[in-house]
Design a protein around this ligand. Structure first.
Ligand code: PGA
Length: 251
């Protein structure tokens, strides 16, 4: 059966010292708490080694927020999937809407990143989601299906079974405006159906599909109660141990 996952996405927040302190707070908050989901924290590259060390011996997973689309070499400023894996991190967020919008990441580039992540045994948390104008035009199903197909449908079924999807409507990210639980369920079910058409029901049923976009303790319970919502990718509310814990325990 598919896993429930709550993943924090710290984005470009916290210094190294603040990040390690936050990781320690999360670790302490979770100590002795029986969770019904896997917990992951995705941090800036500079924090990975220290955060991996901070949560060692716990079940908390660690991830990067991006990786390069190239293996190695003369790509000044880039960080490869192999480098991420060498820190002990197990996950990498790919295709976040901020990367797509501000850093012009294309479906082709994301395809390369996904392959390199998988080659290095990292679990990609692959983000999809429409902007407001696309939802208002009723285009959200087509947009999300295209994002999934263009960067992931080159994978074998075996490779695809290692992918985690995060549906994050761009209009809900950092805006305080959450998709309703029914809106989330509708599109998560559609994504699962799209996966089933390509890879069959078993792969689709085993794929974790997370919701992201202004998820907080007060709305997480309702979202996670939906049958096709398998957890959350959490931005703002992951920067405080108590609100992150409130979301983790919403299952
Ligand atoms: P948010 O961000 O929870 O702050 O809306 C979610 C995300 O971008 O992953």
């Amino acid at each position: 059966m598919r896993k429930n996952i709550v993943a924090g996405n710290w984005k470009m927040n916290t210094t190294l010292q603040e990040g390690v302190a936050l990781a320690n707070e999360i670790k302490e908050a979770l100590n002795g708490v029986e969770t019904k989901c896997d917990v992951v924290i995705a941090t800036p590259f500079t924090h990975l080694v220290s955060v991996v060390a901070a949560v060692e011996g716990t079940s908390i997973g660690v991830g990067a927020e991006n990786c390069a689309d190239k293996t190695e070499g003369a790509f000044t400023g880039e960080v490869s999937a192999k480098m991420v894996a060498s820190t002990g991190a197990q996950y990498v967020i790919l295709g976040h809407s901020e990367r797509r919008a501000y850093y012009h990441e294309t479906p082709e580039v994301l395809k390369e990143k996904v392959l390199l992540a998988l080659e290095n045994n990292l679990t990609p948390i692959f983000c999809v989601g429409e902007v407001l104008a696309e939802r208002e035009a009723g285009e959200h199903f087509n947009v999300v299906a295209a994002q999934v197909k263009e960067s992931l449908f080159n994978l074998t079924a075996d490779e695809f079974s290692k992918i985690v999807i995060a549906y994050e409507p761009v209009w809900a990210i950092g805006t305080g405006k959450t998709a309703t639980a029914d809106q989330a369920q509708e599109i998560h079910a559609f994504i699962r159906q799209t996966i089933a058409e390509k890879y069959g029901n078993e792969v689709a049923d085993n794929t974790s599909i997370l919701y992201g976009g202004s998820c907080k303790p007060s709305n997480a319970g309702e979202l996670f109660a939906k049958p096709d919502v398998d957890g959350g990718l959490i931005g703002g509310a992951a920067l405080k141990a108590d609100s992150f814990l409130g979301i983790i325990t919403a299952f």
